[in-house]
Ligand binder design. Structure first.
Ligand code: FES
Length: 168
């Protein structure tokens, strides 16, 4: 006979019933949490496609730099400053400099110095990007605004922004 301090054993059938209820409860809770998380994107988009590349004097005429953290090439000539995306138009790998111009390591697309496709599966040229200036004179590049090839931005060297866009 079970005493007051001794727990009564749970019959096997009741134990399986309780186990089943706990399992169902956990499954329902898990799926509810999953459903509540659905509206929140797991990958948050970049805050802005525009970024500050630097002051115009960091890109003197004749300079040709690849900003690797943004996969953008910034070229400066007497005509002004231009930016070209280094993201391959095939499947989005990052192209790098080569003898011909640029080469994509993923599937072998080759681009000329001005971004035109000269080989491989890339369906179109590397896009040229809009360059502008912030109020403080910093060059701003918009990675989602394409401009026609050979569009040069002539930086205004004062602290005031200007439009200064010319197409050669
Ligand atoms: S991603 Fe560049 S060639 Fe395929």
């Amino acid at each position: 006979m079970a005493g007051r301090l001794e727990p009564t054993p749970v019959p096997r059938r009741d134990f399986l019933g309780i186990f089943g209820l706990v399992s169902a409860g956990l499954a329902i809770c898990g799926s509810m949490i999953g459903m509540l998380r659905l509206p929140k994107p797991r990958v948050t988009p970049d805050a802005s496609s525009r970024f500050r590349a630097g002051k115009p004097d960091e890109f003197p005429p004749g300079s040709d730099r690849i900003l690797t953290e943004r996969s953008v090439r910034v070229v400066s000539t007497a005509q002004g400053v231009a930016a070209m995306s280094m993201i391959c138009t095939h499947l989005g790998c990052i192209a790098g400099p080569s003898e011909e111009g640029f080469h994509c390591p993923c599937h072998g697309s080759v681009f000329a110095d001005d971004g035109k496709v000269i080989g491989g599966p890339a369906p179109r040229a590397l896009p040229w990007l809009k360059v502008s200036q912030a109020v403080d004179g910093t060059l701003v590049i918009d990675t989602e605004s394409e401009v026609p090839p050979a569009t040069w931005y002539m930086p205004v060297l004062s602290s005031l922004p200007g439009d200064g866009v010319s197409t050669a």
